[in-house]
Design a protein around this ligand. Sequence first.
Ligand code: HEM
Length: 765
Amino acid sequence: MRYAQVLGSAAAIAGYAFAQEGEVQSTVVYDAETKISYSSYTDSKTGMTFGVALPKNVTDPYDAIIRITAPVANQWVGFAWGGTMVWNPLSVAWPNGQSGTTSARFAFGIGLPQGYDQAEHTYLKGTKTNSTHWTVNALCKGCTGWRNNEDTRYALNGTGTTQFAWAYGLSAVEDPARNDSAFNVHEAYGKWIHSMEAARIDNFDSLVKINLLTAPVATPSTAPTTIVTSVAPSATAKPAAPDAIPASCSGAGSPVFPGNLAAGWKATKIAGGLTSPRSIQFDSAGNMLVVQSGKGISYHKIGMDGCVTSTKMLLSQNNLNHGLAMSPDGKTLYASSMTQVYSWLYDAAAATLGTRTVIVTGMVNGGSHLTRTLALAPQNANLLVVSHGSNANIDTDASDPKTGRAIIKVFDLTKVPSGGYTYASSGYNAGYGQRNEVGICFDKNNMLWGVENSGDDFKRNGKDIHQNNPGEKINYLGDVTKPNDQWYGYPTCFTVWQPSDFTDKTFKVGDWFVQTPTTSMNDDTCTQKATAPKLTLFPHSAPIDCKFDVDSTTMYITYHGSWNRAPVTGFKLVAIQFKLGADGNYTPVEPLTSTSAAKDIFYNPAVEKCAGNGPSFSSGCFRPAGLAWDSQGRLFMTSDTSSNGEVWILGFDSLTIFATRLPRAVLFQPLRDLQAINLTSIFLLLVLIIICCALKIDRAQHLSLNHVSARLGYSANEGRHLMTSVFRGIERPLHFARVAYKNGGPAIIDTIEEATKVRWVSKQR
Ligand code: HEM
């Protein structure tokens, strides 16, 4: 699912008052208090006024004064400098006590606009709130020109007319004193044509100077906001901390939201205050690169302990929004915007990039799905894989792969044409008909897998089934060195998650279905024509990244969470167990009919309180996004909660590692089923280990208890007592059990003997 971002009721996104092109609706209004003449527009229905004043010289870049006045009922008001919600600077303002607050924002998709550091507001006189209205008056540097989504500069014509847009909300912002506060979706928005020429005034600079407020009305804050600090469940026993994961990282700040961890896992926040951090990539020197959507790529030096020791921006380029990949030699970096893929020569030690090259261009500019995930084929680093989602929830035309939507394509980096490949007409397919395969990852055989965000608002023959259908999917895409022209079902065929929602037919989990069956296109047609997923996942989980572990026995997936379900779901890191099949291919352990394959690893304690997107202050929860392993096998994860993005380091302790190395049929599955560590589960696990070892010992030739006892100089009874002791309380039981189990043969004697040397055993001799 993951439908661009957000929602809202019809009322919340109502738009009206669209101006006819060229019909100037602003007039000049003189303000006696500041002595500034504004080119001013008043919206008669809402009672809001927007005044703009410019210097005479309007050569790009030039400053502007923006004055917003609104009734006190309007708890926030936005002014869009390019006349749209997305891809232009927004001056958002709200009342704050007897004063006001303004904030520079930029929206890259339909959702809470994030802070925009390319524009800066300075408060001017007139900023105040009374019993009926509030006004924010500010100088803005950086509002009249910006980089558009093709990363080229766009500047307002200061001598002509332009379309601006307003929006306002009726619910209070999260914290009126903070200009990085989150706020809810608007009640309404509108647009008008404004004269820029009439906004040009004499003495702009001196009028700014005499109107500067001596003290800021509200303190802008860049520091992380700590909302809640607890991370691990407190009611249960904690696993021992693995050495590889730091207990804490100074300077990272406290976790913004609480989180729970599965048994044996440890998670520590290593960075905070990032802007929508998405994909992560480690370079050849172990530095961590993070794409911050709407900002660029940051470079983080990582200490031995896993904490960040220093951070800098490697690249400021605000159209980058998700994709990031590195050549295996570590010398070329790839990143994507909604419309293009770029590459740069990269120097890991110097933390510098060379000149930018456009590799792919012409990807859809807009629509519902804005990310273009990148990966390089491990078996041929000249092959770049680029995933491109559909253009809408149901993008009918995307059934044709030639549209270049709902598809994954592969491009040969040795033959990039000047100006780059055109996405839709170039490259070859790694499957098509995937609605939005945001996460793609390679297994140990170098075969590509993808996690697909499936549809929203689903019906079957008119009956609403959206709450628990369709399932998200794990698709096997295979060998990307060869074209894969298989169809994966979208925009017609979807998979069942909750069969009981279907009243016209009996389904199993994972069966294909269509929303409205016809004689020519029905569930059976899907079975015949579409490539089935390997597993279905909980609907509306919004999986957006996947990574296999080193032996491809586990796939980790970030569930970003979404809005199209009540209560919401997702907002967690999960793990899915894989196995190597007899045919030499990896496959999920659980069958397509399973609804329990995904095990929670790091999750929000009350997911029903998380908000799927924008209309609330923020998600209210951490939102897992990108994943990456470092060279030490530590797992890094971003959380892109827009007001304060974080990076986490995760690892599991020896208990879990140990369990994964024992025969899976015996120990692994029961352990995985434990959702939280507690004393009972530890006890049961130890009993299981003892039984395992005892069985193994019994089976081994000449290794009966009597024999062991004899070798150790005990009677059979003494030996039995000793064995029980050795494997009960114990300083190193897991180690002994593991070695004993692994070695099996006569070496177990030595192991037992070694056990007898420990102090507390010796006491019993
Ligand atoms: C929490 C923050 C916000 C949310 C969740 C949000 C959400 C939305 C949604 C869902 C739409 C409808 C899109 C469609 O029908 O295609 C929309 C449209 C729009 N929004 Fe927002 N919005 C937010 C903040 C803002 C702000 C601060 C502005 C500032 C002016 C703004 C201006 C607009 C405009 C002008 C449109 C019309 C579409 C366009 O021309 O871009 N929005 N918004």
